[in-house]
Design a protein around this ligand. Structure first.
Ligand SMILES: Nc1ncnc2c1ncn2[C@@H]1O[C@H](COP(=O)(O)OP(=O)(O)OP(=O)(O)O)[C@@H](O)[C@H]1O
Length: 275
């Protein structure tokens, strides 16, 4: 009789896990970018990855986005094991948003087209009958991000905050099963940051929204509605779990290597050096 494969086997991932990492390490030359990472993301979870510059946040996110393979350990994304799956196919099920991606958008591209074109990879080829459907969905996503009035502008004329919102709309265009946001609030002024945090909060609280992972350096950028936190330092996990359990002055101090004081005001967080 064939043996039933247990879920602890690294070759399989439980169905409800969107991301499943087992003892993952990433090495470049003699540098360990990540080590001993065990991390699960479930369907209805919204994760924040927080850590200092160089902690390994983007490396971790890129693995979840099937853009980078682990050196050691096993990574499953949407039930597929990296190294044993066509990553180009897998990436069509993932919405990825980063400054690097935004930097590759031609300045003369119309904002609506920036969003619509994300769907082409899924459709495989341009088909006339999808034209209006796609355009309608892209328009709705731009509206949800508060920039419907910019649909006909060129991407190069947008402010930093408007670009971030357009890129999030693009990441959502394919109705992804996993949404990955790499420092979406970086470079925004206070108003832009607050607006983005509010929109990400709405998204996080939408039960139909995909499992989401957001990378940031700042506790101030954690949108209400996000549920879990992974604290990273020098490639290792300092702590992970529910935000209310993990986000403490002690854990934050350990992650950033200095005495930090965490304050909570309503559903937002603030941190500063302990005096
Ligand atoms: N190809 C590489 N070779 C050697 N070191 C690398 C390579 N790629 C990244 N690193 C290093 O790995 C570390 C982690 O990088 P990563 O971009 O994941 O960090 P991060 O937490 O996202 O940082 P930041 O907040 O500054 O964006 C950094 O110290 C980086 O310099």
């Amino acid at each position: 009789m064939a043996a039933v494969t247990p879920h602890t086997d690294v070759s399989t991932a439980p169905d409800d896990l969107v991301v499943h990492m087992t003892d993952v390490g990433v090495r470049r030359g003699s540098t360990e970018l990540l080590k001993g990472v065990n991390w699960n993301v479930e369907l209805d979870e919204r994760w924040v990855i927080l850590g200092s510059n160089g902690a390994g946040k983007t490396t971790l996110l890129r693995m979840a986005g099937a853009e980078l393979h682990p050196t050691t350990g096993a990574v499953h994304v949407l039930g597929e094991r990296l190294g044993k799956v066509d990553v180009f196919e897998l990436r069509t099920r993932i919405g990825f948003c980063s400054a690097a991606l935004a930097g590759r958008v031609p300045a003369e591209e119309k904002v609506l087209d920036v969003v619509v074109s994300a769907g082409y990879a899924v459709l495989g080829r341009w088909r006339e009958e999808y034209d209006q459907l796609d355009t309608g969905r892209a328009g709705e996503l731009l509206k949800a991000m508060g920039i419907a009035h910019l649909a006909d502008r060129t991407f190069g004329t947008l402010s930093e905050g408007e670009r971030k919102r357009a890129m999030i709309a693009r990441a959502l265009m394919t109705d992804p099963e996993l949404l990955l946001l790499d420092e979406p609030a970086a470079g925004l002024d206070l108003g832009g940051r607050e607006d983005l945090v509010a929109r990400l909060s709405e998204l996080a609280m939408d039960p139909d929204a995909p499992a989401t992972v957001l990378v940031t350096h700042h506790v101030e950028e954690i949108p209400p509605g996000f549920t879990h936190l992974l604290l990273l330092s020098a490639g290792g996990v300092v702590a992970q779990g529910l935000i209310e359990d993990v986000l403490t002055s002690e854990n934050l101090s350990a992650a950033f290597g200095q005495e930090l004081e965490l304050e909570r005001s309503g559903d937002r967080y603030f941190a500063r050096r302990r005096s």
